[in-house]
Structure formats: C-alpha cells, structure tokens
Design a protein around this ligand. Structure first.
Ligand code: ZN
Length: 110
C-alpha cells in the first residue's frame, strides 16, 4: 500500500466515523424531544406495554429537608396521567350503551 492509499483509507475511515457520529447525535436530539411510545415496562403497574415518558414534579422529604425535582416515569396508556384536553370529554359508553349501539347496527344490516 502506498502512502497515498494509506492516507486516503485513513481519511475515508475518519469521515465515515464522523458521519456516523453526527447521525448518532441527530438521533439523540430527536429522541430527546419526542414522546413516541416505546415498548418497555410501566413504572406504575409493572406491565410490559407501549410506554411513554412523562415528567413529574416531585417533592422529596429526606431527613426533614425537602428537595424539589422532576422525575421521568414511563407509563402505559392506562396509567398515564389524563390529558387535560380529555377531562371534559364525555365518559366512555357503558356496556349497556355499547350493546344498544351494536343492536342498532345489526338491525340496520338486516
Ligand atoms: Zn401501567
């Protein structure tokens, strides 16, 4: 291998490493801000589910001294804090209502 070949091989390897590094950084940045559900263990019910990370304000009392901080918990949709936008949403239909709806739909099909 000539000096030039060695030099360009090294250069290529370096630029590949740099590219990979910058891709990793981009991924990290993107991952940090997204709250896409990922498969994991729910911190509350310990079930395996598609969990999302939620940030909570937390007050700890250790040795009489209160410390404030935020913790990130991974929660499944069941344990996730309810979205404020959904608070005023109508409650889910009861079993009876669902049955009536199904019956109505079936009647239409006949
Ligand atoms: Zn859960």
């Amino acid at each position: 291998m000539s000096d030039f070949e060695r030099f360009s091989a090294k250069n290529a390897a370096m630029s590949r490493a740099w590219e990979m590094d910058s891709v990793e950084k981009k991924k990290e940045k993107k991952g940090h801000h997204s709250s896409e559900p990922v498969s994991g263990i729910c911190d509350k019910c310990k079930k395996e589910a598609m969990v999302k990370s939620y940030r909570f304000r937390q007050t700890d009392r250790t040795d009489g001294a209160a410390s404030f901080g935020s913790v990130v918990k991974h929660l499944c949709p069941e344990c996730a804090p309810k979205d404020k936008r959904n608070e005023n949403a109508p409650p889910p239909p009861t079993d009876r209502q669902v049955k009536n709806l199904l019956r109505g739909a079936l009647r239409k099909l006949r």
